[in-house]
Design a protein around this ligand. Sequence first.
Ligand SMILES: Cc1ncc(COP(=O)(O)O)c(C=O)c1O
Length: 345
Amino acid sequence: MIDLRSDTVTKPSDGMRRAMAEAVVGDDVYGEDPTVNLLQERSAETFSKEAALFVPSGTMGNQIAVKVHTRPGDEMIIEERCHIFNYEVGASAIIAGVTIRPVKSGDGSGILTWDDVESAISTDGIYDHTQTGLLCLENTLNLAGGRVMSAERCAELAEKAHERGIPVHLDGARIFNAAVASSTTVSELTKNCDSVQFCLSKGLGAPVGSVLVGSHEFINESRVWRKRLGGGMRQAGVLAAAGIIALDESPKRLHEDHTNARTLAEGIAEIPGIALDLRTVETNIVIFDVAGTGRTSAEICSDLKEKGILASGFGTRIRIVTHLDFHADKIQTVLDGMRVSCAGS
Ligand SMILES: Cc1ncc(COP(=O)(O)O)c(C=O)c1O
């Protein structure tokens, strides 16, 4: 199978498996796992933040951040396509007791401006309005096709939010893709953010895990919430060992995924009936609309599956994601399969 459903489908490399087998471990709930501690130190350093916390998943990292930054009854501003709003099964309402104010980006790109955010802020918080307690950003923005928010835009949004007393969390599940695409560092891209969650298990190729970074105070409180949510993993060094390799080695090769995504996108854009704006393809995600083919995304994905190609269909759109287990020599096979499946023949 050529699996393009997500960059979460990768298998750990031989090097990762070896490191996992040989990892020096301890009880991480006591803070005594040297491998977890090393991963956390490296992560904090890479993001120029004070501290870091290894968590089982991106969802847990995001939800801990939402909980720690807000009070029950607060409202959180978020771009309408963000993962925290769409794909974390209502967790913020249950865990943090916050409501969500989804905001559209004025230009439709998914990349918010301060004007987009400011018009959604509420500081009343007494009678009619719910107090804004948090601004959540996502970089790259998955549902917008992996688009990148520039370091300048992110720093400006965070700075202005702070002027209004609002903390900022960044869902950086694919922040290393953003850094590679914009030739900058993850530290620059997340400069003024109070917390960042990044995934080891997506483009970076580790089997499990995410890391939350922020101030000492924020991470100390996050550690309590991780335990409350059942994320205290004991000898988690066996997982962190793969995470360290992912962090050290994988960013260097992400440009290959971006090149493969672009080549695929250029080929797909030529298929009759497909609408694909190539300007949206900045990293490893390609989203296109198939309404013009006269076939549904479910029909096309099902035909592709019979040809050994997996893609995700939602509504009239299909998403494909490149990753370290997808190689350029399979691009033509995917394009041929796509052409036939879109034509329904
Ligand atoms: C942008 C984004 N944030 C967060 C997550 C959640 O990560 P996890 O699946 O590890 O919970 C995902 C997962 O696909 C994602 O794409």
